[in-house]
Design a protein around this ligand. Structure first.
Ligand SMILES: *Cc1c(COP(=O)(O)O)cnc(C)c1O
Length: 381
């Protein structure tokens, strides 16, 4: 079976993890700050906070921005459930903005309309989370300008998009957002097994995220309430935080993987360009790319007429396809919150036709040719 995505682990990656196992620190050592520095440098961000998943990174990002009870968080339906769930963790109300039919990204026009209506009814969100679906950046200039106008915070869910650029600058530089979040799950661009990270240009936000990832406990004099240091053991809990820390083994793997980040993204782009050429004569819709974006190509999502049949044929013939995403608002848990099918028609229409075909750095041209021939047979069938 050719999977839809998988990690690429080198001997150097393995040696980096083994070296940590032989060292003094399995957690809270030097590797996490090293990994944070590597990603911050790559993204052109002043600060990076590494945690045990992107879900945790989104959660502490929301907490750092003060999201709480009575507040509202908006994201897109075409995402993994975590992008929305983090709002509920904070006690906020969650709502959605529909996607564009061609890029499957948050639609700036739909956002503008919804913000204008929310301003009138006094229901503006505190936080919006655009998602860089498939590795392509959203129209962040438009989204950032709207956020500024209405006084809304922006967290980029760039789980798919490390190594991507927007308007020539790296995703993660937070040029149009407060915080940007990456995932290092094995199917993503680089991996730490489980893992995530938040970048920001704001020192205070970084300090608050650092607090929330480790129990709300601090040794920083400027964060302490009672302040006077009573000795070397002394710390204070000044917020209700979590244990969201990344281990040293994960961070060492991350440092090692980051050395190949640009090569992984270049390889994914070359494979995507080859799919573009290979599949353009089939009766399917290929993923549209904006001129402003260099995608990290986490996914290569196609749309087909008879999705159920084509998906089954591919799966039954050795092609490990998947579907991204079941619109979050149609999940039973979100229907219980009042959402219903039909609420966000573009995301639902896209979902009913979507198939993510295999794309990862280790995919071969022969694998791509197999995908094409099985896909062609499925469409002819
Ligand atoms: C993978 C993913 C997440 C969650 O990432 P984890 O690291 O598994 O917590 C969140 N949002 C999107 C869009 C994702 O693809």
């Amino acid at each position: 079976m050719i999977p839809y995505g998988r990690q690429d682990i080198s001997e150097e990656d393995i040696a980096a993890v083994v070296a940590v196992l032989r060292s003094d620190f399995l957690t809270q050592g030097p590797a996490v700050p090293q990994f944070e520095a590597a990603i911050a440098t790559h993204c052109g961000a002043d600060h990076a906070v590494a945690v045990n998943s992107a879900t945790s990174a989104l959660h502490i990002a929301c907490l750092a921005l003060g999201l709480g009870k009575g507040d509202r968080l908006w994201t897109v339906p075409n995402t993994f459930v975590a992008s929305a769930n983090v709002g509920l963790y904070c006690g906020a109300t969650v709502d959605f903005v529909d996607i564009t039919p061609d890029t499957y990204l948050m639609c700036p026009e739909a956002l503008a309309e919804k913000l204008a209506a929310a301003e009138i009814s006094g229901t503006l969100p505190k936080v919006i989370i655009p998602v860089h679906f498939a590795g392509q950046s959203c129209d962040m200039a438009a989204i950032g300008a709207l956020a500024k106008r209405y006084g809304v915070h922006v967290i980029e869910d760039a789980s798919h998009a490390i190594g991507a650029t927007y308007q020539g600058a790296p995703v993660g530089n937070c040029a149009h957002s407060d915080i940007c979040v990456f995932s290092f799950h094995p199917v993503k661009i680089i991996t730490t097994a489980e893992g995530g990270l938040a970048t920001t240009q704001d020192a205070a936000l970084a300090q608050r995220m650092d607090l929330f990832r480790s129990h709300g406990v601090t040794r920083a004099p400027d964060l302490m309430v009672d302040a006077e240091d009573q000795g070397g053991w002394y710390y204070e809990q000044v917020a209700l935080g979590y244990n969201y820390r990344m281990t040293e083994m994960q961070a060492a793997l991350g440092v090692s993987q980051t050395r190949r980040l640009d090569a992984f993204v270049a390889r994914r782009n070359a494979l995507a360009a080859r799919y573009d050429a290979l599949l353009c004569d089939l009766p399917i819709t290929l993923p549209a790319q904006s001129r402003e974006s260099y995608s990290a190509y986490h996914l290569y999502p196609i749309q087909v007429e008879d999705r159920v049949e084509v998906f089954a044929h591919l799966r039954n013939n050795g092609i490990g396809v998947n579907v991204h995403y079941i619109p979050v608002h149609t999940q039973p848990y979100y229907r219980d919150l009042g959402f219903k099918r039909g609420d966000f028609p573009n995301a639902e229409h896209y979902y009913h036709h979507a198939i993510s075909i295999p794309l990862y750095a280790g995919l071969t041209e022969a694998d791509q040719d197999s995908v094409k021939s099985v896909l062609k047979a499925a469409l002819d069938g």
